[in-house]
Write a protein that binds this ligand. Structure first.
Ligand code: ATP
Length: 503
């Protein structure tokens, strides 16, 4: 698992997907840059989301709010008071950890034990093995599961101040040690606010304290009435947005999974109070369908319903994805009630109500939110796609099986040799295709090497121009996943690529 994750990180660098930020200065912790291919992949994921959420839904519109917001926003939203991480220091090593992450990692170890039992049993029972039956009846597995459940129910998903002593007690009871030194000498658990502060204004006296937004959602809440009125939106309707968010994560690890500067794709859906359960179920299902539409395997997703809820929610679930380091949150679906709009009414003194013509009355709408991290989605797609494949001839190849719709480059056009007019034909094909797709030209090395390079780069098609092309206007098109090659007419290329890339 560790190995796989290391491969993901080095492949992302080697093929121009993700670089460490400011690398020539030895980098900046938990900050990353998207490189030439990464920027394309990220944009394609963002577009795929936007299309599904905004373009395909008549009642959802998109906005692009500023990163800076009036500082009172964050008082109203609860972020000034309640957006904290529980931190614990080890007295011996002087290292600081997120208490909840220490406990999560402990649970992950128990989960790994369950996996081991399952694998062992699968081997023993062969074809007759039924995983669900096994995990629901095997005594040892049930014991492990019970332990995890009891830990999680004590932890919950949001840690209030009064929970902190219990978190420390839990860490001590479980005998959790400093992962680096093994020491079990812990301090109390403290709260640490995650918002980045900054200043607006030139002189020290007149400067105003601001925060970089820790989530995009508030930009939508404060614009709710403007959008509703100018767009003449009728409830139920949604407002979507993608954009940067900033959190001063203490334990920022696991590559682009947890960063200090990251991008969110959020949608707030405004509904009639009392209908939240129905819409919660609807959006859980709809978002899961969106994930499955990418064909990355249903087994790699699961829901995690929260028992303990954040201060603003009456129901919440995560869509978890199987990352190289195990199942982790990829997206959250939250039933936020009227918490945010009511709070903004209170702090701004402005009414944020909707007049319902059907019921002939005004009310503050309830909100359902879907919130996904673009960078996390990138990591899910990229790590799932990267495969080392054994070939029939005994060799192996590295292939990045990105969904075609997301691949940065859709086709590479390759002249078989650098002479005899073949490069010119290849260039002409690029001139025709580049209006519709991101395509590249590559003439360096033997064609087999070029195929491998494109496999590792995630390019779904290679198109080779050879001497026969001059006679009959046909080319060889090679498919990345099957490695199958076909002879097709140049004039058919656009449709062949389009059929594969369109969803
Ligand atoms: P976590 O528990 O992993 O810190 P969260 O529950 O705080 O996440 P939300 O506030 O619900 O996350 O944010 C919505 C989504 O934004 C998450 O599902 C995740 O995909 C993404 N996200 C949150 N924090 C980060 C981060 N530091 N780096 C990258 N993505 C993030």
């Amino acid at each position: 698992q560790d190995d796989k994750f290391k491969k993901v990180i080095s492949h992302a660098k080697e093929y121009g997907y993700v670089f460490q930020s400011s690398e020539i200065y030895d980098g900046l912790s938990a900050v990353y840059d998207y490189a030439q291919n990464g920027a394309e992949l990220k944009k394609n994921i963002r577009d795929y989301w936007w299309k599904a959420m905004v373009q395909m839904n008549e009642n959802i519109v998109g906005i692009d709010a500023a990163i800076f917001m009036h500082p009172t926003t964050w008082k109203a939203s609860g972020h000034v008071d309640a957006f904290n991480d529980p931190l614990i220091d080890n007295k011996d090593s002087k290292k600081r950890y997120r208490a909840d992450v220490l406990i999560e990692d402990y649970c992950a170890k128990i989960e790994a034990k369950i996996e081991k039992e399952v694998k062992k049993a699968a081997k023993r029972f062969g074809d007759a093995f039924n995983k669900e039956e096994f995990v629901s009846t095997n005594g040892r597995v049930l014991g492990y599961q019970e332990k995890i459940n009891s830990i999680l129910s004590r932890m919950g998903s949001s840690l209030e101040k009064e929970d902190l002593p219990d978190v420390k007690a839990l860490i001590e009871e479980l005998g959790i040690a400093d992962p680096l030194t093994g020491s079990k000498n812990w301090t109390d658990v403290k709260q640490f606010n995650l918002m980045f502060g900054t200043k607006l204004g030139a002189s020290a006296e007149s400067a105003m304290d601001l925060y970089l937004r820790p989530e995009t959602a508030q930009g939508i809440f404060v614009n709710f009435l403007n959008v509703q009125k100018t767009g003449r939106m009728k409830i139920p309707f949604g407002i979507a947005q993608t954009g940067k968010a900033f959190r001063n994560e203490i334990v920022a690890r696991q590559f682009i999974f947890r960063m200090r500067e990251f991008e969110q794709m959020e949608m707030q859906f405004f509904i009639k109070p009392g209908t939240q359960k129905e819409w919660y179920d609807h959006w859980k299902e709809t978002r899961m369908k969106w994930h499955l539409s990418l064909g990355m395997g249903a087994d790699n997703y699961r829901f995690h319903d929260h028992d303990k809820l954040a201060h603003y929610a009456d129901a919440a679930a995560d869509i978890e994805f199987k990352f190289p380091f195990g199942f982790k949150e990829l997206e959250g679906i939250h039933s936020r009630t009227d918490f945010d709009l009511k709070a903004h009414e209170k702090f701004s003194g402005k009414k944020l109500q909707y007049f319902d013509h059907e019921d002939n009355k005004s009310y503050v709408p309830y909100v359902l939110e879907t919130s996904i991290g673009l960078d996390r989605m990138f990591l899910a797609v990229f790590s799932n796609a990267l495969q080392e494949e054994a070939l029939e001839n005994g060799t192996s190849r590295t292939v990045l099986r990105l969904p075609s719709v997301l691949a940065p480059i859709k086709a590479a056009i390759l002249p078989l040799v650098k002479k005899d007019g073949l490069p010119e034909i290849a260039r002409q094909i690029i001139e025709d295709l580049k209006w519709d797709f991101n395509v590249i030209y590559d003439e360096k090395d033997a064609v087999g090497r070029r195929y491998r390079r494109q496999d590792a780069n995630g390019t779904p098609f290679c198109i080779t121009v050879d001497h026969d092309t001059k006679e009959d206007n046909t080319v060889t098109i090679r498919h990345r996943d099957s490695m199958k090659q076909e002879r097709v007419k140049i004039e058919d290329l656009r449709n062949i690529i389009k059929n594969d890339v369109d969803v």
